[in-house]
Design a protein. Structure first.
Lengths: 296, 412
């Protein structure tokens, strides 16, 4: 089965690049290929200047992965976990001890550093999971759905950590299926669905391109064909599409278009069976591009 | 409440049966154990069954006729099949010793050249004793030797007593009649024939000349290696479960993103369990030494065989980790392999009491070689050179298990 079907993108140094897509879209597969866990069947990928297949060790030295699974030793303490992962990356002695202290401080776990990880809350475990990926000061950090199952407070803390890392010059590839996260954090976002990138730009640009709003209309059978042309002719309307027995109207300004639509329906005696105004956000962009919702 | 219990039970049964192969091993394990143990022990429980006779090699050096009578009597005993020839040649003492040294047979009976002569002499000389030698591997358990001792002694003593009694009656009557005046009659109470109650036959248990004996085997030297080898292989389950947990929790995935070679990662997983094995052996043998005064034999040889054994056990751990995909599968495979192999390998009972085909099968089980290595050191007094074959074979098993494990291993 092809999880990823010919994707191409470039991430700028020091940006947070979002990979937004529903579960099973190919986000984790892409990260697996970029972090040398999975060899691509075709094509090339360059990370931090090195080919992931030909120079995987050079890539591995420069990347950090925060996997979707917690990937921690639950019966060990946070310090023991970090100590072990640090040693795997070649840190020793005083340098290791100092770095462990730093990352513990960074994720706010210094006080609970000696407690077994199994006693931590979900948010604390997630923060430790991130800390383990930062020990060796990677140039590129892959964060694979780092906020799954996390309470809002811990989620905000994670956002702050990620922003701070970006400000320090780290390049971050952040996968998520939460559009709010992509909108808030990411400098640029690639929207991925069924193994293909369907859009790539800044969140603002993606939303603006869509227009200021989308209106979904349900119209009684037999009346839709006649009304379509008249809707298209309305000012501010950018596009009109029929889908699943409904009509989608993409408009520059949703509110004005809505009142014009109602006038049109009154004057033409059109029976409207459903009406929905969608917010201008990445969720709507995704829906517009794929015809599906992110969390379907 | 009952509904909730039943619902939970049904749900868990469904989960359990989604892992068919794991469940299969759970059922297969006790079945295998029953089959192996029953087959292996049939020699102990079915001694009177002609269909499964126990081979008993006999070397007859006797210049007289009595040893042949004893051999015929032994051959008549149900469950015993006397072997007086090997490779279609009459069995010699040297061949018999080699059979014991090579582990083909655990006991050989030898009738010395003067066996008949000593029996004949007993009628005149109360000190004359007919010796029967039992050549045994010192590591053979008393439970196995004792019945054979009983049968050989009983058969020899019956033949000897019959002959000695007849000779004494004949001599006594001849003596009594010789002293009588011709006209006198003799009533039975006037005839006295002196018989002593001492045995005519004596058994002498000896070890083959090639086996250097330092100490006589005791119960600890039989049991401590057995349960140690059994226990050492329990590491398989712990090791395989730990590797499975690394896969499940995603820690392997995290580690593989680091600049770390897969063989290094595997070595890191093996080494702690290897060390645990060595500590396990040290504790078991140390306890046997402190509590029961069990002698160690050559320490270098003991360490060498322990290290080779631990390598085989951890190698098997990697193999099980590679083959088992779930906790249930690993649990089942571990129980199946460790218990079956322990039984076949002679940890629970000596392989010498098992039927021939199981004894042959045991040559393909690391436990059997570990047991032989330990007993070479503890009982037979071998040094490093003496246990090198067993250590080498155990390392061979380790390499085989490890290669299969690495071949089938998946890191995620």
């Amino acid at each position: 089965m092809e999880a990823v079907k010919g994707i191409s993108f470039a991430i700028r140094r020091g940006e947070i690049f979002g990979f937004l897509g529903p579960n099973g879209a190919g986000k984790t597969t892409t990260i697996s290929m970029l972090s040398c866990l999975l060899e691509p069947t075709a094509g090339t990928a360059i990370v931090a200047g090195y080919d992931v297949v030909k120079a995987s060790n050079e890539v591995k030295r420069r990347i950090g992965l925060v996997p979707q699974d917690l990937a921690l030793y639950l019966t060990l303490s946070a310090r023991d976990n970090l100590d072990y992962f640090g040693r795997i990356y070649g840190l020793r002695g005083r340098a290791l001890c100092q770095r462990v202290d730093e990352v513990l401080e960074m994720v706010g776990l210094t006080e609970r550093a000696k407690a077994a990880v199994k006693t931590y809350s979900g948010g604390m475990k997630r923060r430790l999971n991130i800390a383990a990926g930062l020990l060796h000061r990677p140039e590129v950090l892959f964060l694979d759905e780092p906020t799954v199952g996390v309470d809002p407070q811990s989620r905000n803390a994670i956002f702050e950590h990620v922003e701070r890392l970006r400000d320090e010059g780290m390049t971050v590839l952040y996968t998520t299926h939460y559009m709010e996260e992509a909108e808030r954090l990411c400098d640029r976002v690639a929207i991925i669905d069924e193994g293909r990138i369907v859009a790539l730009d800044t969140p603002r640009k993606l939303i603006t391109d869509l227009g200021n709003g989308i209106i979904h209309l349900g119209i009684a059978n037999g009346m839709a064909d006649g009304i379509l042309g008249r809707i298209r002719a309305l000012p501010e309307v950018k596009n009109v599409v029929r889908f699943d027995g409904k009509i989608r109207v993409e408009a520059a300004r949703a509110q004005e278009t809505l009142s014009r639509l109602l006038e049109l329906f009154n004057s033409t005696d059109t029976d409207v069976t459903a009406l929905e105004v969608l917010e201008p956000n990445l969720e709507t962009v995704f829906l517009h591009l794929t015809g599906k919702r992110l969390r379907e | 409440m009952l509904h909730q219990i039943l619902s939970t039970t049904w749900k868990d049964l469904k989960i359990l049966f989604t892992d068919i192969s794991g469940m299969a091993t759970l059922f297969l394990m006790p079945l295998m154990f029953i089959i192996v143990m029953s087959t292996a022990l049939q020699g102990l429980f079915n001694t009177g069954v002609d269909a499964q006779p126990r081979p008993l090699p006999v070397v007859n050096l006797d210049r007289g006729e009595y040893a042949s009578q004893v051999i015929a009597a032994l051959d008549d005993i149900d469950g015993i099949e006397v072997e007086t020839a090997w490779d279609e040649e009459t069995l010699t003492r040297e061949q018999a010793e080699m059979l014991v040294v090579e582990g083909e047979r655990s006991v050989v009976v030898v009738f010395p050249a003067d066996f008949s002569q000593q029996i004949a002499a007993r009628a005149e000389d109360d000190d004359a004793t007919a010796i029967v030698e039992l050549i045994t591997d010192p590591a053979t358990s008393v439970q196995l030797i004792a019945p054979i001792q009983g049968m050989v002694f009983g058969a020899a003593e019956r033949v000897a007593e019959t002959e000695v009694t007849q000779a004494r009656i004949t001599a006594g009557l001849a003596s009594a009649f010789a002293q009588l005046p011709a006209e006198m009659r003799l009533t039975p109470d006037q005839i006295t024939i002196e018989m002593d109650g001492a045995s005519v036959v004596a058994l002498e248990q000896v070890a083959p000349a090639e086996m250097e004996i330092e100490v006589e085997p005791d119960t600890y030297q039989q049991n401590v290696p057995g349960y140690t080898v059994l226990g050492v292989f329990f590491i398989v389950g712990a090791m395989a479960s730990s590797i499975l947990a690394e896969k499940r929790e995603g820690t392997f995935r995290r580690l593989l993103v680091a600049p770390l070679l897969k063989p290094i990662l595997l070595a890191g997983k093996i080494l702690p369990y290897y060390l645990v094995n060595l500590i396990q052996i040290a504790i078991m043998f140390g306890a046997a030494h402190l509590l029961f005064g069990m002698a160690f034999g050559d320490p270098v040889a003991l360490i060498a065989i322990s290290m080779a054994l631990a390598a085989a056990a951890t190698g098997l751990g990697i193999m099980v980790a590679a083959l088992g995909k779930t906790d249930t599968q690993i649990g089942g495979l571990t129980s199946l392999l460790t218990l079956t192999m322990s039984a076949l390998g002679g940890c629970l009972m000596p392989t010498s009491i098992m039927p021939d085909f199981l004894q042959t099968l045991s040559r393909f089980i690391p436990h059997a070689w570990a047991m032989q290595g330990f007993q070479d050191v503890l009982v037979r007094g071998y040094g490093l050179a003496g246990i090198l074959p067993e250590a080498g074979i155990l390392l061979g098993f380790a390499a085989l298990f490890f290669l299969i494990g690495v071949w089938r291993f998946q890191f995620d």
